[in-house]
Design a protein around this ligand. Structure first.
Ligand SMILES: Nc1nc2c(c(=O)[nH]1)N[C@H]1C(S)=C(S)[C@@H](COP(=O)(O)O)O[C@H]1N2
Ligand SMILES: [Mo]
Length: 401
C-alpha cells in the first residue's frame, strides 16, 4: 500500500505526520471538507474492495498495488460519480438519442442496433479522473481527496461517434456535442452532469460510444450499458450511462462546463484546445498530462541489500506515446533508462521496469516519463485551485537492510 506516501502528501500543508493517522477520528474534525482521515476499503456490488473516498455519490479508487497488469480488471476499476441517483438500466430498454439543433436527422438507437448496424471498433485507453492525486495537493484543495488510483486502463469496444453523427446529418454550424447520462442529482440541488466536447474531438476516429469493457459488458458503476470514450482527454468527458448526444450550434453553458473542470490558461502544456469554451482566465481541462506510477514499491518498504530489486510501474499520456521512462534511485541526482514493456497503443498504459541492486541504507526511488511531444513530468506541483493535472515525480523512500 502506498498509504504512507499518500498521507504524507495530503497532510503536508497541515504539518501532520503519517503516524498520526492512528489518532482518534475526532482529532480530524477540524479538517476542511473532504480531507481524508483514513483509507477505508469497501467492496461495491460486483467490485473488489477499493479505497472509499465517499459513498454518496460513490467515489472509490484502485489501490496502487493492484496496477499489476497493463489492463485494469473491471472489478478493480475506479468509480467516480458526481450525482447520487444512478439508475440500473435494463440494456433492452436503453436508448441513446442523437440529436441537437445542428443535425438534420435526429434518431434513437437501441443497444442491439448499436451493436448490429455500425462498424465495431476497439481501443485500449486510459480513463483518468482530472483530479487524480488531488489529495496530494499542497496547499490542500477541496474536492474528492484522490490518491494515485483514480485511473484505469481498459480495452473498450463500441461504435465511432463520428459514424453516429454522420447518420444524424451533422451540419457545418455545429460547435460542440452536448453529452448527458441517465444519472441525476437526488434530493440535493446538484446540477445535472451535462458535459460537452468540441466537434473536432467528437469526429476523431478514436472517440467511441463503448458498450464493452475488457471483453465484458460495462459494469454498472463504470457506465452500463454504454459510455463515451474520449481517448487522451481526462475522464470528465467520458459520460457514463450515456442517453443523449446533441450536436449544438452554441457552446454548452452547464455548471459542469462553465464552472467546473477548468484550469488557469497557460499553466499546463496542453496542445489540444477547446476554444469555444475558453475565457480570458481559464480553459476547460483537456488532455491527460504525461505521467508515471511506481506500482510495486511503497514508502518505507524494507528490501534486501545487494539483491536485485525490480521496480515496476506504468506510464501514460494523452496519446503522443511514451518515449522513455527514467528511474532514479538517488533522489533525482542521476537517472537511468527503464525498460519499456508491451505497447498496446498510444492511449494505453505502457508498463516499464528497472532493475537495480540497492546497497545497504536508504534510497529514494523516482520515475519520470517523457512522451512523443517532448513533454515530461514535473518536479514541482503546478498548483491550481481544483487540484487537476498532478504529474509530480514521485519520491519513494525505501531501506535496504
Ligand atoms: N454520467 C456520468 N458520467 C460520468 C461522470 C458522472 O458523474 N456521471 N463522471 C465522469 C468523471 S469526472 C470520471 S473521472 C469518470 C469516471 O469513470 P469510472 O467511474 O468508470 O472510473 O466518469 C465520467 N463520466
Ligand atoms: Mo473525474
Amino acid at each position: 500500500m502506498d498509504r504512507r506516501t499518500f498521507v504524507r502528501g495530503v497532510t503536508g500543508g497541515l504539518a501532520l505526520a503519517g503516524t498520526q493517522l492512528l489518532l482518534p477520528r475526532s482529532l480530524w474534525a477540524g479538517l476542511p471538507d473532504g480531507t481524508i482521515a483514513s483509507e477505508e476499503m469497501f467492496a461495491l456490488p460486483g467490485k473488489q474492495p477499493l479505497i472509499k473516498r465517499s459513498f454518496r455519490p460513490p467515489n472509490f479508487e484502485t489501490p496502487v498495488s493492484q496496477f499489476t497488469d497493463v489492463i485494469t480488471p473491471n472489478d478493480r476499476f475506479f468509480v467516480r460519480w458526481h450525482l447520487a441517483s444512478i439508475p440500473e438500466i435494463d440494456p433492452r430498454e436503453w436508448k441513446l438519442g442523437i440529436g441537437g439543433d445542428a443535425v438534420t436527422a435526429p434518431f434513437e438507437v437501441t443497444l442491439e442496433q448499436l451493436q448490429r448496424d455500425f462498424e465495431q471498433v476497439e481501443i485500449v485507453a486510459v480513463c483518468q479522473c482530472s483530479g487524480n492525486r488531488r489529495g496530494l495537493s499542497d496547499p490542500h484543495v477541496p474536492g474528492v481527496q484522490w490518491g494515485y488510483g483514480a485511473m484505469g486502463n481498459a480495452r473498450w469496444k463500441g461504435v465511432r461517434l463520428k459514424d453516429l453523427l454522420a447518420k444524424a446529418g451533422i451540419g457545418k454550424d455545429a460547435v460542440e456535442l452536448a453529452l448527458d447520462g441517465a444519472d441525476r442529482g437526488a434530493l440535493d440541488a446538484t446540477p445535472d452532469f451535462i458535459k460537452s466536447i468540441p466537434v473536432w474531438k467528437a469526429m476523431d476516429e478514436n472517440t467511441i460510444v463503448a458498450w464493452q469493457m475488457n471483453g465484458e459488458p460495462l459494469p454498472h458503476w463504470n457506465g452500463a450499458p454504454a459510455r463515451l470514450i474520449v481517448p487522451g482527454w481526462t475522464a470528465t468527458y467520458w459520460t457514463k450511462k450515456i442517453v443523449s448526444i446533441r450536436a449544438v450550434t452554441q457552446p454548452v453553458a452547464s455548471f459542469w462546463m462553465a464552472k467546473a473542470y477548468r484550469v488557469p490558461k497557460g499553466k499546463f502544456p496542453s496542445v489540444d484546445r477547446f476554444t469555444s469554451q475558453e475565457t480570458a482566465e481559464n480553459t476547460p481541462i483537456t488532455e491527460i498530462v504525461v505521467n508515471s506510477l511506481v506500482t510495486n514499491v511503497s514508502e518505507g518498504q524494507k528490501v534486501r541489500a545487494g539483491a536485485p530489486l525490480v521496480v515496476k510501474g506504468m506510464a501514460w499520456d494523452a496519446g503522443y506515446g511514451i518515449r522513455s521512462v527514467d528511474v532514479s534511485t538517488d533522489g533525482g541526482r542521476s537517472w537511468q533508462d527503464a525498460e519499456l514493456g508491451a505497447d498496446l497503443g498510444r492511449f494505453s498504459f505502457r508498463p516499464w521496469q528497472f532493475v537495480f541492486k540497492p546497497s545497504k541504507g536508504a534510497h529514494t526511488i523516482s520515475a519520470r516519463a517523457s512522451n512523443g511531444a517532448g513533454q515530461t513530468q514535473v518536479e514541482q506541483l503546478i498548483f491550481n485551485p481544483a487540484g487537476y493535472n498532478n504529474n509530480v515525480i514521485q519520491r519513494i523512500g525505501i531501506e535496504a537492510v
